[in-house]
Design a binder for this molecule. Structure first.
Ligand SMILES: [Zn+2]
Ligand SMILES: [Zn+2]
Length: 154
């Protein structure tokens, strides 16, 4: 078996990486539709600001995941230090992805979207928990978390 290859998107490379001809064609159409962005094949689906869309290895709903990453680009998302902002960006990118799915004839899977958002919610919850007392901390604009209990007594 040919090992997975990263690189600039081409239909041939996508097919070598395990995508069907139909899927490769869809990604190629997407690339031609959004000429302002750069499409790459990579290890996982991602958006790298300002304009690189990374298409990961085949998985269920790859097309929808690609539209989600395109949505981050369209919404002009950048890195935010505030984690709450990150969750907001994810929600916004999924809303946009649903619009694009309709436009490009791709099936929307609500379950996948909720799963994806839940991983961010869990992540946010984990990060905001105070490691000493377990209370929910708050984050200031410099990205640092503060515990209302521990910090007021120290
Ligand atoms: Zn996202
Ligand atoms: Zn604490």
């Amino acid at each position: 078996m040919i090992p997975y290859q990263c690189g600039d998107f081409s239909k041939e490379l996508a097919i070598q990486n395990g995508y069907s001809l139909e899927q490769a064609k869809f990604f190629d159409e997407l690339r031609q539709y959004y000429l302002q962005y750069r499409f790459r094949l990579g290890r996982k689906f991602a958006f790298r600001p300002p304009k690189t869309i990374v298409i990961g290895p085949p998985e269920p709903f790859s097309e929808l995941l690609a539209l989600h990453e395109v949505s981050h680009a369209i919404c002009e998302h950048r890195d935010f230090r505030m984690d709450v902002e990150r969750l907001k960006m994810e929600v916004q990118a999924w809303e946009k992805a649903k619009e694009l799915a309709l436009q490009h004839g791709i099936e929307v899977n609500e379950e996948l979207i909720q799963q994806e958002l839940d991983t961010y919610r869990d992540w946010l919850h984990q990060k905001s928990r105070c490691p000493s007392c377990g209370l929910t901390r708050f984050q200031t604009s410099d990205g640092i978390y503060h515990c209302p209990r521990c910090e007021s007594f120290s």
